[in-house]
Design a protein around this ligand. Structure first.
Ligand code: NAG
Ligand code: NAG
Ligand code: NAG
Ligand code: NAG
Length: 254
């Protein structure tokens, strides 16, 4: 069986320079966002915000938060005028805000990495939801976490890594990947497809995958269509590229 190794979000380092968040309440805010995320508090309501803060922050921090509540909400909701300046409080808060989701994703990802899952596995569906929450634009304004990746000052490469990982999770829930498993398990039986005439069946798993979806791409497309039907080749090019990315040595060392 071919296992899917995801590009894991480990080493996901988000530079949260909490000292820069207007006062020294960074750690308190960090816990606040984490609590808000995990318990789904309504952060736009003053009452809830302050009662959450009382639960998780030191009393002196709560006094400070109380005093700064209005400016805090302003910072939280109004996009910075300077989109390139990561020291702007707006971005500092956004990073703190996004971190609980990314952490949750990393934890949940460990449960499905290298595990063969059926379509609609609840663990995978949950991850797909988290991905949408973190990466899609601001669709639901009531949800402060929505699309938070784009509001952060994460490096472009980090953002890309998260987005790629999310695409791989979607792929894991596709007919394409089910069919990929199926054909790779009994590839030798498929050697009657003349387009596989010169194929080296002794390649190691990852090399074999890369070969199938690069040099032998058209052949693989044909085999998948024959063996699994049209739904298996939906989005074929996109998924082929992702599989190659995932199976290439550089990515694995990452
Ligand atoms: C959160 O609170 C705000 C302000 O009280 C309210 O307008 C909004 O509808 C609430 N959202 C949710 C999801 O409860
Ligand atoms: C970036 O924002 C910070 C905080 O608002 C400000 O002190 C700093 O001067 C800004 N830097 C630039 C280059 O605009
Ligand atoms: C997965 O769930 C979707 C949406 O509920 C459904 O349309 C689809 O048929 C399910 N697929 C399988 C293989 O269970
Ligand atoms: C190849 O063999 C498989 C399994 O025996 C069969 O289902 C398929 O139709 C054959 N394909 C071609 C192109 O002959």
């Amino acid at each position: 069986m071919i296992q899917i190794g995801f590009v894991i979000l480990t080493g996901l380092s988000i530079a949260i320079t909490s000292e820069d968040v207007d006062t020294n309440i960074g750690p308190c805010l960090s816990s606040f966002y984490s609590a808000a995320y995990h318990k789904s508090y309504n952060c736009t309501s003053a009452f809830e915000y302050l009662s959450v803060a009382e639960d998780i922050c030191a009393p002196t921090d709560v006094v400070e938060l109380n005093a700064e509540y209005n400016s805090f909400i302003e910072i939280l909701t109004e996009k910075s005028s300077d989109e390139t300046n990561c020291s702007e409080p707006y971005y500092q808060h956004s990073d703190l805000k996004c971190f609980p989701i990314l952490q949750d994703m990393a934890v949940k990802l460990k449960d499905v990495v290298d595990v063969h899952t059926e379509i609609n596995d609840t663990r995978v569906l949950k991850l797909i939801n988290l991905c949408e929450q973190a990466t899609v634009g601001n669709l639901k304004l009531s949800d402060v976490f929505y699309g938070c990746i784009k509001q952060t000052c994460l490096e472009e490469t980090e953002q890309t890594r998260i987005i790629d990982t999310c695409e791989m999770i979607k792929m894991k829930n596709s007919e394409f990947i089910v069919c990929n498993h199926k054909i790779q398990e009994k590839l030798a039986d498929l050697s009657n497809h003349t387009c596989l005439d010169d194929f080296d069946f002794n390649l190691e798993t990852n090399e074999l995958t890369v070969e199938l979806y690069s040099k032998k791409k058209e052949c693989t497309l044909e085999i998948m269509r024959d063996s699994c039907g049209e739904s298996a080749v939906d989005n074929f090019d996109h998924y082929a590229d992702l599989l190659i990315k995932q199976s290439s040595p550089v990515q694995q060392l990452d």
